[in-house]
Design a protein around this ligand. Structure first.
Ligand SMILES: Nc1nc2c(ncn2[C@@H]2O[C@H](COP(=O)(O)OP(=O)(O)OP(=O)(O)O)[C@@H](O)[C@H]2O)c(=O)[nH]1
Length: 188
């Protein structure tokens, strides 16, 4: 049974540069989309989300784009409950980065699994698609996580991303635990 206290959930959004991480977060938080591109350094947003009748106080960290050489630092690992790993359906390279980023987090945290959802962004650009849905489905099965395709531009499946992330967090959360636990990389 839930208590009246809001459950806090910290979610990090990671992926290659320019895949649409900020656009996804902005569409979710502010309900708008911008065509122009401004590289992100890092921003945190807060929003309460009701999932399965429970209100969650979500803190969403929009990160700078990663490449294969970017280290995963403690700020993207310690105290994070769940991950949104974003690639663009128009970029095979950005899809390949998902496994790399995932493996880096898992290594950093010293765990075998992390709660995450893989997001194929820019689904409105299907004419330029480089990543088949079957590929992400296969990867998600291997990793053991959720996946979804979205368009921040057309506001398709944006809210669902964060619901799926909460779903994965709750799925991996041990019973009776409300704070991040060792499986989600909380170390001192
Ligand atoms: N067509 C289309 N374009 C999008 C979509 N989402 C983002 N874009 C565009 O893609 C470009 C990059 O988007 P951002 O949201 O800034 O990407 P980012 O991943 O935050 O980029 P970094 O800050 O470099 O990591 C921008 O020009 C956006 O307008 C989408 O759903 N559809």
């Amino acid at each position: 049974m839930s208590t009246n206290a809001l459950k806090k959930r910290k979610i990090a959004v990671l992926g290659s540069r320019s895949v649409g991480k900020s656009s996804l977060v902005k569409q979710f938080i502010e309900n708008h989309f911008q065509d122009s591109y401004y590289p992100t350094i890092e921003s945190t947003f807060a929003k309460s989300v009701v999932y399965k009748g429970v209100e969650y106080d979500c803190h969403i960290i929009d990160t700078a784009g990663q490449d294969e050489y970017s280290p995963i630092n403690s700020q993207y690992a310690i105290g994070i409950h769940g991950y949104v790993l974003v690639y663009s359906i128009t970029s095979r390279n950005s899809f390949n980065m998902i496994q790399i980023v995932h493996d880096k987090i898992v290594d950093f945290c010293g765990v075998s699994k992390i709660p995450c959802v893989i997001v194929g962004s820019k689904s409105d650009l299907s004419m330029s698609r480089q990543v088949d849905s079957k590929d992400v489905e296969t990867l998600a099965k291997e990793i053991g996580c959720a996946w979804i395709e979205t368009s921040a531009k057309n506001n398709i499946n944006v809210g669902k991303v964060f619901e799926l992330c909460l779903q994965e967090i709750e799925r991996m959360q041990a019973p009776n635990q409300t704070e991040p636990q060792s499986k989600t990389c909380v170390v001192m």
